[in-house]
Design a protein around this ligand. Structure first.
Ligand code: ADP
Length: 579
């Protein structure tokens, strides 16, 4: 129990002083009793003392320069650990900044809790114009898995327990917890307060799949001629790594990892069909989805990408995910660990292996594509382009499979995703379900703080801009984060021109020749400016060896890069500019 205040009740002659505690202490105690040891946030009215107290009570408080990035750090910490990451913000604008990250966490199924201070209910509800007045609870609801407000100190234990359970049970997601300023200074009897705390038992209980659903799935897989396993980030989140690997290897079925599932099995695994992605998606007749949704990232399970008719087996914890885009022949509802282990139980020596014809066809396509890619990567154009720069990074990271990789951008994301191999689970953190920019430094800090190991963030120059000020945070906490900026002077590329010939540059163009490396030097970090793959290799090796905050400004051809990366089809163009 935290520090307590001692008072002698005025209306009592009792000898023993009554011990009091307050809302500030109770919030910290309620988190600590649930083994939550880190808060990501940004201080201000009314939560500054909450942050101070958290630190004084032995928790880690990581202070950011903008709440969105604190929220992203909390979300990625939740994904890495299966414990909700905590983000603490002030009211109204601070809350709204954090809400972006909360919505992104919910969309990605990452468990996090956004805790925000808020103004007084009486004034907010009568709209009398309080300092930072805002009905935060209702604003949060549409974007969160759950949202709660605590009004009384005696409810803090229950409120925090509800938030934790909501964040991690079933399909994980973001939870909002509203703490009005008055609550924090409310006092109550310390003993009663201690008794009101709740240690959450079995926060994410196993959900065992129904045996008939497992049998149905095994029957569908048995009947397949060209089976494929598709691993999503839900599979990585589940931490059922050994069983997932056993399922792939025992069944002999080729697999495709979604981007954040890369490394669940090493990308160099012989059964990986990544280099033949389009081929297997189009040709497979049975697809086993494990923790992956048939959303836009998978063309909604239909259309040209998916070729001929196919049957889907889908393992997911959320029953309503099933049939969301196309009919699912065999849903298996439960947690991935339990579902995969149940399927494994049905795969014995007599289980039919995929035909040699299917395996050979994939191998042939894979080898052809890998040879083509190898030739592209071998080129050494001047100026450096995405491929030659990524070749340099790939070769360094190959020697350090334990390194966490953060990746965002348009072209930078598309190319790095396929060129940089991953070898260990939950080491790749990227734009995720929304395909967004802005997660970079938040995820990098969250990953560095959570793992205590090296992070390399591979960033487009545009993507980096959304969270660049957090370089100061990285330097302040002396985190082993090396940020590499693919600098081609603009969004997508830097060569667009203003058609009017006016003074303003084109909407996609940035300052030419910007030196992002100087930004980190301003905070005491190490900056590198590189223009060749050899310089990039040297800088990256040196930076990783130092374990210090660093930034590599990698100058690439400003004409390199395509509009919207590989999402050109999603980008509506006006008839006037269509080429
Ligand atoms: P990706 O973007 O990699 O394809 P998605 O985020 O679309 O992955 O899908 C993740 C899926 O995994 C979600 O449908 C979610 O309900 C599911 N999921 C998350 N955690 C678990 C778990 N522990 N057990 C089962 N399913 C899970």
């Amino acid at each position: 129990m935290a520090d307590v205040l001692e008072i002698r009740p005025q209306d009592s002659q009792a000898e023993e002083p009554q011990q009091l505690t307050d809302g500030f202490h109770l919030v910290i105690d309620a988190l600590k009793i649930n083994d939550i040891d880190t808060i990501f946030g940004l201080v201000g009215i009314p939560i500054t003392d909450l942050a101070r107290l958290a630190q004084a009570e032995g928790m880690r408080f990581i202070g950011f320069r903008h709440e969105q990035h604190a929220g992203n750090a909390a979300a990625i910490a939740g994904y890495m650990t299966k414990k909700p990451g905590i983000c603490l913000t002030v009211s109204a604008p601070g809350f709204l900044n954090g809400l972006t990250a909360l919505a992104n966490a919910t969309t990605n199924c990452f468990p996090m809790i956004l805790i925000s201070g808020s103004s007084e209910r009486e004034i907010v509800d009568l709209q009398q114009g309080d300092y930072e007045e805002m009905d935060q609870l209702n604003a949060a609801k549409p974007y969160a898995k759950a949202a709660y407000r605590i009004l009384h100190a005696e409810d803090i234990g229950i409120g925090v327990a509800r938030a934790i359970r909501a964040a991690v049970s079933g399909r994980p997601g973001g939870v909002y917890l509203d703490l009005p300023a008055k609550l924090l200074s409310q006092t109550m009897d310390a003993l009663k307060a201690q008794q009101s705390l709740v240690r959450v038992i079995d926060a994410a209980p196993a959900q065992i799949p129904a045996p008939d659903s497992v049998k149905r799935a095994l029957d569908v897989i048995k009947g397949a001629k060209r089976p494929l396993i598709l691993l999503g980030k839900g599979a990585a989140y589940a931490q059922a790594d050994a069983d997932i690997r056993a399922l792939v290897e025992k069944s002999g079925i080729p697999y495709l990892p979604m981007s954040m599932a890369k490394g669940l099995l090493p990308d160099t695994h012989v059964q990986s069909a990544s280099a033949a992605r389009s081929f297997v998606l189009a040709e497979a007749d049975v697809v086993v989805l494990i923790g992956a949704r048939l959303n836009w990232l998978l063309s909604h399970g239909k259309g040209k990408t998916w070729g001929g008719p196919k049957q889907f087996v889908q393992i997911d914890i959320s029953p309503t995910e099933i049939d969301s885009n196309v009919a699912i022949a065999a849903p298996v509802i439960g947690d991935i660990g339990s579902c995969v282990s149940a399927l494994l139980g049905g795969i014995d020596a007599s289980f039919p292996k995929p035909s040699a014809e299917w395996i050979n066809a994939i191998a042939e396509r894979k080898n052809k594509n890998l040879a083509k890619m190898a030739a592209t990567l071998e080129k050494n154009p001047s100026p450096m382009n995405f491929h030659s720069a990524l070749r340099a990074i790939r070769d360094v990271l190959k020697t350090r499979p334990d390194i966490n990789v953060v990746n965002e951008g348009a072209n930078t994301l598309d190319y790095a995703r396929s060129i940089i191999d991953m070898y260990e689970p939950r080491k790749r953190f990227d734009s995720g379900t929304w395909g967004i920019m802005g997660i970079g430094m938040g995820f990098a800090i969250g990953a560095a703080v959570t793992s205590g190991t090296q992070v390399v963030a591979i960033e487009g120059d545009s993507a980096f801009g959304f969270s660049g000020m957090e370089l100061e945070t990285i330097c302040r906490y002396d985190l082993p984060v090396c940020t590499i900026i693919f600098n081609n002077n603009g969004v997508y590329r830097g060569t667009d021109v203003n058609p009017t010939g006016g003074k303003d540059v084109a909407p996609t163009v940035f300052v030419k020749g910007a030196r992002y490396d100087k930004m980190i030097e301003a905070f005491g970090g190490i900056g590198y400016n590189v223009t060749t793959p050899e310089e990039l290799t040297q800088a990256l090796v040196e930076s990783i060896k130092s374990g210090k905050p660093s930034l590599i400004n990698a100058v690439i051809d400003e004409a390199a890069g395509t509009e919207s990366g590989r999402l050109t089809n999603l980008n509506p163009q006006s008839g006037a500019t269509k080429k």
